[in-house]
Write a protein that binds this ligand. Structure first.
Ligand SMILES: Nc1nc2c(ncn2[C@@H]2O[C@H](COP(=O)(O)OP(=O)(O)OP(=O)(O)O)[C@@H](O)[C@H]2O)c(=O)[nH]1
Ligand SMILES: [Mg+2]
Length: 347
């Protein structure tokens, strides 16, 4: 997500006062009558300083997306990464400063106009003091918005018109390897758990429909209260993004996790989310006998595939199943987009 640049309070104030001085110099070299010139100089300084700051603040509030208007996944993501309350509070503070600066501008310019050249200077100084204190007063909020900009830069780009498939499972079971084989994405794959730090996304198109595959970091069968930011984002993806969940088991247990625990997590996901699921028993190349697959297959009602990194023949079957299961999702959106594109081309 691209958020606006946030200058520091000192940068904001320096820029405003510099511009104000330049505007004042123009008045100073003008042909105004000396009796009004002094007042006009101070009036222009206050006016310019307020306007310059307000144009920065205006840019910040208009370019920062309104949380409530975003899809739920983004709202959750922002909440997990930086905190929605603080985000709203900080934006509210910038709104507040905008309003106060407008008041200062009209109040002090009118005071200056009613004064004489000498007292105009002290009125302007008072206005400057108030301007500085308003900007400093929201320095924590500006600081937060700058932090949010950096943190949210890598927020994943979700295609809400695509059929979205979320890959879930324990760490190291082969989730990113599957994403790699199914789409054009090249996620990091390594032989130790927790390789995937954030959400990895890959896309493909099949028969005019778009598919987005979202690879999540490994989850453990533990309570939501014990989860870290990375795991919470994976849960947010399961909750708001997945039209379909692919759950990967590692029956070889070379990932370092017992099948029983992997099954517990699967049951938990099944209980909490109503999303249709596909199950993969992966790393079958490492299995001497398949009794463990048979044992767990009996407890699972969802479609099951036996997969292995050495045998990609199942990938097409999995894609075909995703296509069938995904028929009911996003179809209207897809057609609207398609028709719009066609109409656009005709015009
Ligand atoms: N032998 C074998 N190794 C596999 C298979 N699938 C994946 N691996 C290996 O298992 C390791 C982990 O694979 P990843 O795809 O990174 O696993 P992940 O589930 O994404 O792991 P996290 O992102 O840490 O949760 C890598 O070394 C893969 O090469 C398979 O079918 N057979
Ligand atoms: Mg991974």
């Amino acid at each position: 997500m691209k958020l606006p640049n946030i200058p520091t309070p000192d940068e904001i104030i320096d820029k405003a006062f510099n511009r104000a001085s330049k505007a004042a110099s123009k008045v100073r070299s003008s042909k105004l009558h000396p009796r009004v010139k002094g007042m006009r100089i101070e009036e222009v300084r206050v006016q310019t300083a307020c306007e310059v700051i307000n144009s920065t603040f205006n840019r910040i509030v208009t370019e920062t997306p309104i949380i409530e208007e975003m899809p739920e996944f983004y709202q959750d993501y922002i909440d997990i990464v930086v905190g929605v309350d603080q985000y709203k509070h900080s934006l509210g503070a910038v709104f507040w400063a905008l309003g106060v600066l407008k008041q200062i501008e009209s109040q002090y310019t009118s005071k200056i106009r009613k004064s004489d050249s000498l007292s105009a200077i002290s009125i302007r100084k008072e206005a400057y003091g108030r301007i500085v204190s308003v900007v400093k007063r929201i320095s924590d909020e500006l600081d937060f918005l700058d932090f949010a900009k950096r943190e949210l830069k890598h927020m994943p780009n979700i295609n809400f018109n695509a059929v979205r498939v979320v890959i879930a499972g324990f760490p190291n079971v082969g989730k990113s390897t599957l994403l790699n084989n199914i789409t054009d994405a090249s996620p990091k794959v390594a032989n130790y758990p927790f390789t995937t730090q954030g959400l990895q996304i890959g896309n493909y198109e099949m028969l005019y429909r778009q598919y987005q595959i979202i690879d999540t970091p490994g989850l453990l069968d533990r309570s939501i209260n014990d989860m870290n930011e990375i795991e919470l984002n994976a849960i947010a993806a399961l909750e708001h993004l997945g039209n379909i969940i692919i759950y990967i088991f590692d029956p070889s247990e070379t990932s370092g996790f017992y099948m029983e625990n992997q099954y517990l997590l699967y049951s938990e996901i099944k209980k909490v989310f109503e999303t249709p699921m596909i199950c993969l028993f992966n790393k079958t190349d490492l299995l001497a006998d398949k009794s463990i697959i048979e044992e767990y297959s009996e407890k699972i009602d969802d479609p099951i595939f036996e997969t292995s990194i050495n045998d990609l023949s199942k990938i097409d079957e999995i894609k075909k199943l995703i296509q069938d299961m995904g028929k009911e999702f996003a179809q209207e959106d897809q057609f609207t987009q398609y028709n719009l594109r066609r109409r656009h081309r005709k015009e």
